[in-house]
Ligand binder design. Structure first.
Ligand SMILES: [Zn+2]
Length: 226
C-alpha cells in the first residue's frame, strides 16, 4: 500500500499503531499481523431500500470494535485509515467508484458533532474520496434534529425515530447526480434508508451506500447506534 509524505512524517512524530491492540506497526500497515488474522471481512449481502447497492469492508465484531471505538473517541490514530482504505479498495473492485459523482458522509446533528469535535463518517468519507478521486460534500445534507439512540429502539421505531431528521440544504448539488453515502457502521440500515429516500426526493438520480463495518446479518448483540 502506497503512503504519502504526510503519513511518513506523522509516523516519524507519532509512530503508527494498530488501532485494535495498540501494537506499533509500519506506516504502510493498517493492522498488526495478529489482528489482521482475526478481523472478518464482510462478504454477505445486505440491501438498503431506495439505494442501488450496499457495501461494507468489515463485519462488526469484537475483533474490529476497538478500532471503531477509537475512531469515535477522538483519538483516531490509525483508525480512520484502517477502516476507510479497505472499503475504498472494495468500492474500486465492484466498480461503484465508476458510477458515483460525489460522496456524502452521513451527517451528525450539529450539537452532537460539536461535542465530539468531528464527524467520524466524514473522516472515512474524506479518505475514500481521495482514494477514488471523487469530491466529498459535507454540507449538502444535515441532521436537523437530535434523535433517540437507535440502539434503544426496535426495528420499527428506528425508522419512525429518523423521520424528518435529515434535510437537504443544497439540492442543486445532488440533482441528477449519483451519490455515495458513507458511514462507519450499519446495523439495520434505518439511517441509510431514511437518507437515501431524502436524497432521492431531492433529485439524486442514484444513491449507493457503503459503511466501514456491518453488524452480523443475524446479530446476537447490538451495541451500535446507527
Ligand atoms: Zn493489533
Amino acid at each position: 500500500m502506497k503512503i504519502c509524505i504526510k503519513q511518513k512524517i506523522l509516523h516519524f512524530l507519532f509512530p503508527t499503531r494498530c488501532p485494535v491492540c495498540g501494537e506499533f506497526i509500519y506506516p504502510e500497515e493498517l493492522f498488526c499481523d495478529e489482528c489482521s488474522k482475526k478481523i472478518s471481512h464482510f462478504t454477505g449481502e445486505f440491501s438498503v431500500p431506495a439505494a442501488e447497492s450496499y457495501t461494507a469492508a468489515f463485519v462488526y465484531d469484537k475483533n474490529i470494535s476497538p478500532a471503531v471505538i477509537l475512531l469515535k473517541k477522538g483519538i483516531c490514530g490509525n483508525a480512520d485509515r484502517a477502516l476507510a482504505l479497505p472499503l475504498a479498495e472494495k468500492l474500486k473492485k465492484i466498480s461503484t467508484a465508476d458510477s458515483v459523482d460525489l460522496i456524502l458522509p452521513v451527517p451528525m446533528h450539529k450539537k452532537a458533532q460539536c461535542e465530539r469535535g468531528y464527524n467520524q463518517a466524514e473522516l472515512i468519507a474524506k479518505i475514500i474520496g481521495r482514494e477514488l478521486r471523487i469530491p466529498v460534500v459535507s454540507d449538502c445534507v444535515v441532521k436537523v434534529r437530535r434523535t433517540a439512540a437507535q440502539k434503544e429502539l426496535d426495528r420499527i421505531h428506528r425508522r419512525t425515530n429518523l423521520k424528518g431528521a435529515f434535510s437537504v440544504l443544497r439540492p442543486e448539488l445532488i440533482r441528477g447526480k449519483s451519490v455515495l453515502l458513507i458511514d462507519d457502521i450499519c446495523t439495520t440500515g434505518s439511517t441509510l434508508t431514511e437518507l437515501a429516500e431524502v436524497l432521492r426526493k431531492n433529485g439524486a438520480k442514484k444513491v449507493f451506500c457503503a459503511t466501514a463495518c456491518k453488524t452480523p446479518l443475524k446479530p446476537k448483540t447490538d451495541n451500535t447506534n446507527t
